[in-house]
Design a protein around this ligand. Structure first.
Ligand SMILES: Nc1ncnc2c1ncn2[C@@H]1O[C@H](COP(=O)(O)OP(=O)(O)OP(=O)(O)O)[C@@H](O)[C@H]1O
Ligand SMILES: [Mg+2]
Length: 261
């Protein structure tokens, strides 16, 4: 890993009474129902909740890719009403890389759209790939990489733009448990240096507690915020912490909330 990576200008996010209604055939779907919370700049914020409770929808609204039906989202005090790659980067559940581009070109792609000069774009892409420990694979094409490696390329693509907020929608869902835990550790290492705000969606409660400063628990659809649980475990986090009483207590508290919804 490279050590010369600097902190980015993290931003706080405020949601007030955010609702999202998808129009349906005769019956509208309330995906998100009046959700309010604030995320302090530089926090690792995790969202959990049953399938279909509106987690991805919330993330898309925070990215400015979807407008709320009502309510407001502010990022660094300014309304989020359009996508802005400097403000927020998104890592989706599927790696969604361009198969005809090398790992490096995939990571460079958003910089090319921003017309970053070629030499600078090469440097930044290689640096981002080194950060996810793929420095030796810059010239590989997606089909030459494993699932976990492809996902790391897409994380590098999210990181390369140095967004103030990194929005990650179940980025490790397709990985085996071991790779998943390792990737979680790698992400924490990166975040300890970049310190950008991270909003991370997961179905794994162990992953949620392991990574988070705070875990927001949502109810079944229509998605409402049930509770925000602070995770006071010290950092750096270690695998041994998973066996502690406190870890188990936090995990079962979240599980109880989800079950009760
Ligand atoms: N584009 C869309 N048009 C209509 N309904 C949608 C659309 N996207 C999502 N929905 C509905 O909104 C609700 C919330 O979906 P969303 O994808 O945000 O949930 P989620 O919490 O991310 O679920 P999962 O954990 O399964 O990924 C669901 O009932 C879904 O069917
Ligand atoms: Mg989702």
């Amino acid at each position: 890993m490279t050590d010369h990576v600097n902190a980015v200008a993290a931003a706080g996010i405020d949601l007030s009474n955010v609702s999202l209604v998808y129009p349906g055939d005769g019956r509208d779907v309330v995906a998100v129902d009046s959700v309010s919370f604030s995320i302090d700049a530089g926090k690792f914020f995790v969202l959990v909740g049953p399938s279909g409770c509106g987690k991805s929808s919330l993330l898309m609204m925070m990215a400015g890719l979807q407008l709320p039906s009502s309510g407001q989202i502010l990022c660094r005090g300014k309304p989020v009403d359009n996508p802005d790659p400097d403000r927020a980067g998104v890592v989706f559940q599927e790696a969604n890389l361009y198969p005809w581009l090398t790992a490096q070109k995939n990571v460079e792609f958003p910089l090319m759209l921003k017309k970053v000069p070629v030499a600078e774009r090469h440097r930044l892409a290689v640096e981002a790939l080194e950060l996810v420990e793929l420095g030796g694979f810059t010239q590989h094409f997606p089909h030459q990489l494993s699932g976990g490696m492809k996902q790391r390329v897409s994380i590098a693509r999210g990181l390369v733009q140095r967004p103030s907020v990194l929005l990650m929608d179940e980025p490790f869902a397709a990985l085996d448990e071991q790779t998943r835990l390792t990737m979680g550790d790698e992400l924490l290492h990166i975040w300890e240096r970049t310190r950008q705000t991270i909003v991370f969606v997961t179905h794994s409660l162990t992953e949620a507690v392991y990574l988070a400063d705070e875990v927001a628990v949502m109810s079944a659809r229509p998605g409402r915020l049930m509770e925000i649980i602070a995770v006071p475990l010290p950092r750096p986090r270690t695998m041994e912490m998973m066996d502690t009483e406190e870890f188990g207590r936090l995990r079962s508290r979240i599980w109880q909330l989800i079950r009760s919804s």
